[in-house]
Design a protein around this ligand. Structure first.
Ligand SMILES: Cc1cc2nc3c(=O)[nH]c(=O)nc-3n(C[C@H](O)[C@H](O)[C@H](O)COP(=O)(O)OP(=O)(O)OC[C@H]3O[C@@H](n4cnc5c(N)ncnc54)[C@H](O)[C@@H]3O)c2cc1C
Length: 359
């Protein structure tokens, strides 16, 4: 029987498995496989101390992630405001090759002693005595594994915590329409761009592969979904945001495939710990991509949740209460920051998207 089974092999799950394995715990990391389509690649400079604490900073530095020197925001006025990471005490950020980042974190967990079940989905969990029985599916075959504790690291779906009775509360219905732009002319701008629009906002960043990720964010009920899921419709919409429109026009090229609509809402579980389980990363709380806080939170809660669980396994339960409390405070602070950030854009006070976010 494992001490802990981590369900979900994204950054939160891998950070949790790595931390538990380092503490000498017997842990299984179950990775359903996110594929190449994972979103979330801007890693802010503030992530460096966490990467160092997890022992993976050098690995991230060495491999081919793109260094990001800062952000450009067209927010509140049609004038670009540059936030240069030169002034950041932690140094530059990165635009990650997300598949590589996730794989490297999993490899670090394995090296620390965690077992990794690749391309494996957890399909059922049941209480069994003082632990859990989990049904795992790999390549069409199923097997059972047992564990004393479960960690839900399944992402925004919070698949297992919800099955165990926790309720996910959402604070908005933000959707992102994500497209990969293949430039035909040289594109050397490695900064992250955001530009506000009448019914939402745009994001664009170059990825290490040379493609430019571009996403439009708006509320689910305001989105002309069919149009935004087509390259032509998304580009027509981009014309409302002249600076990003010009940036993409300057590197020419075209959208690769069809844009995808993905959930980008803010929300959290009513409780992130329960009898024999806890949730980490997006499964516990998810953030508006505007905050660039998702990966930071995934690494932080993976680390802190695992530390609390290590203590609980040693009979000291107060760490889990402190973890729950810390999560609550992080989310409350995030909501206050989100309000003040959206309040800084006052050009469209009558539009529903901005009215909903007014203080
Ligand atoms: C449009 C958009 C843009 C974003 N941009 C940024 C950004 O620029 N910077 C940033 O910091 N954050 C960003 N984020 C947020 C960031 O992507 C997430 O916060 C981060 O990926 C959370 O990591 P996680 O490990 O909790 O979950 P995930 O990365 O979602 O990983 C969950 C894993 O669990 C696996 N899984 C699910 N169910 C099962 C199962 N039954 N069995 C086994 N495995 C399972 C999935 O396959 C997946 O691999 C963005 C989010 C969105 C929607």
């Amino acid at each position: 029987m494992y001490d802990a089974m981590v369900l979900g092999g994204g950054p939160a799950g891998a950070a949790a498995a790595l931390t538990l394995a380092r503490a000498g715990r017997d842990v299984l990391l179950v990775d359903g496989g996110g594929g190449a389509g994972r979103v979330g690649e801007a890693l802010p400079p503030a992530a460096r101390p966490l990467l160092r604490e997890l022992g993976v900073l050098e690995r991230v530095r060495r491999v081919g992630h793109l260094r990001c020197p800062g952000n450009v925001a067209l927010w509140g006025a049609p004038v670009p405001v540059v936030h240069d990471f030169l002034l950041d005490p932690h140094g530059c950020g990165w635009h990650l090759d997300r598949a590589r980042f996730d794989r490297d974190l999993q490899a670090a967990a394995e090296q620390a002693g965690a077992r990794l079940a690749r391309a494996t989905r957890a399909v059922a969990v049941d209480k069994a005595g003082r632990g859990w029985r989990v049904r795992l599916r790999h390549a069409g075959e199923e097997r059972l594994a047992r564990s004393r504790w479960l960690i839900d690291a399944s992402g925004r779906g919070s698949v297992f915590a919800r099955r165990l009775g926790a309720v996910r509360r959402c604070d908005d219905r933000l959707l992102a329409f994500v497209a990969c732009w293949r430039p035909a002319a040289p594109d050397r701008d490695a900064r992250t761009w955001i530009e506000a629009a009448p019914d939402g906002w745009w994001y664009s960043a170059r990825s290490p592969s040379g493609a430019r990720l571009t996403a439009y964010h708006t509320d689910a009920d305001l989105a002309a979904r069919d149009a935004l899921r087509s390259a032509r419709g998304l580009l027509a919409h981009l014309a409302q945001s002249p600076h990003l429109h010009a940036l993409l026009a300057s590197c020419r090229g075209e959208i690769d495939g069809r844009p995808r609509g993905v959930d980008a809402s803010s929300g959290r579980l009513d409780r992130a710990t329960g009898d024999g389980w806890l949730a980490v990363g997006d499964a516990a709380a998810s953030f508006d991509p505007l905050s660039s806080q998702g990966l930071l939170n995934a690494l932080y809660t993976g680390l802190k949740g695992a530390e609390a669980l290590h203590r609980a396994l040693a009979g000291e339960g107060s760490g889990l209460l402190a973890y729950e409390d810390r999560l609550r405070r992080v989310y409350r602070t995030y909501l206050a920051r989100r309000t003040s950030f959206y309040a800084a854009e006052g050009r469209w006070p009558g539009r529903t998207f901005w009215r909903r976010r007014a203080p």
